[in-house]
Design a protein around this ligand. Structure first.
Ligand SMILES: [Zn+2]
Ligand SMILES: [Zn+2]
Length: 347
């Protein structure tokens, strides 16, 4: 066991505080990572504030982790000391269910082990990436290509794979019209990745305030959803809509933007149910779907794809002492486009 510096939430209503946490001893198949940067995901905030269910406080969150391998267990074959690596939203799964065997560990039928707030194989509660070190089973550690700087690579481990997986599954590519709803952490990655895949990308954002950024990230078109004309102009336009917004949307209006056989995929989650007008689905054999992160092999594929296409997240790097302020700014959508904590400031 090792005691390491971390930032933790003492309760749902208190600010995060600087503290220490325990990391397990490096087992035969474990990798010890010295963390360099950790992204701030909206899920971190929902979780520590107890909005997504019971939380084992105190809890250290963070599941967009990049750093360097500093120790490996005797049986580790996939990683070596000195490697640039990343850890995303899960640190283990059952490995024997149908979905795990299919490389879809995120859909493990026995429940994957979340990077924070999960029950680890030794019975302890997993603690996330707002800390100086983490110990992870080698199979859940990704290679971060040299071409991607550490700080802009971190958000790929959640925001990147959450958008890459549905874009790949529903075949974003040349000749396909893809709309991205919302231009936040997830949305800006969806735009960059869909454009790199060769799709024609349209951003649907509340206002036009981020239009220049959206076009620079690779979108061809940019519309304000606050303007009712948008929904008339774009009716029956898209093969695929990726909805990154976690506030409720008017489902019928968005479904009618899909052309024949189009799919609207939710990757942002409002806490309350969304009413779906079935007639809007009938109208063009449309589908409404959901998608959750991606498997480990697919996450590696995404990192390699981003390196090959020269894309990564647009980030604002902050010090560990500024995490609470950053949370307030995320809740006001005042970030372009992901906060990343410089973990050096936690040593
Ligand atoms: Zn996340
Ligand atoms: Zn499984």
């Amino acid at each position: 066991m090792a005691t390491v510096n971390a930032i933790a939430a003492p309760s749902a209503i208190e600010p995060l505080v600087r503290t220490t946490i325990e990391r397990r001893a490096v087992g035969p198949r474990d990798v010890l990572i010295e963390i360099r940067y950790a992204g701030i995901c909206h899920s971190d905030i929902h979780t520590v504030r107890g909005e997504w269910g019971r939380v084992p406080y105190p809890l250290t969150v963070g599941h967009e982790i990049v750093g360097q391998v500093t120790e490996v267990g005797a049986e580790v074959t996939r990683h070596s000391v000195g490697d640039r690596v990343g850890v995303g939203c899960m640190v283990n799964s059952c490995r024997v269910c149908d979905n795990c065997k299919a490389g879809q560990e995120q859909y493990c039928l026995n429940g994957n082990v979340g990077t924070y707030g999960g029950s680890d194989r030794d019975g302890t509660i997993t603690q996330g990436g707002y800390s100086t070190h983490i110990v992870v089973d080698e199979d859940f550690v990704l290679r971060v290509p040299e071409a991607i700087p550490y700080e802009t690579a971190a958000p790929l481990l959640c925001a990147g794979i959450t958008t890459y997986s549905p874009l790949a599954h529903w075949k974003a590519g040349p000749g396909r019209n893809v709309a991205v709803v919302g231009m936040g952490g997830l949305g800006h990655m969806a735009v960059k990745i869909a454009a790199a895949m060769g799709a024609e990308v349209t951003v649907l954002s509340q206002t036009l305030s981020k239009k220049d950024d959206g076009l620079a990230f690779g979108a061809k078109h940019y519309y304000a959803t606050s303007d009712p004309a948008t929904f008339k102009t774009l009716s029956n336009s898209f093969d695929l809509i990726i909805n990154t917004v976690s506030a409720p949307i008017d489902m019928a209006s968005y479904l009618r933007l899909l052309r024949l056989d189009g799919t609207l995929v939710a990757v942002g989650a409002p806490p309350e149910p969304l009413p779906v007008q079935v007639f809007a689905l009938f109208g063009a054999r449309r589908s409404f779907a959901g998608s959750s992160i991606g498997g480990i092999a697919e996450t590696q594929e995404m990192l390699d794809f981003c390196a090959e296409h020269g894309i990564s997240a647009q980030v604002e790097v902050i010090n560990a002492a500024d995490v609470n302020e950053a949370y307030d700014r995320v809740l006001k959508s005042d970030v372009r486009y992901r906060f990343v904590i410089d973990i050096n400031t936690l040593h």
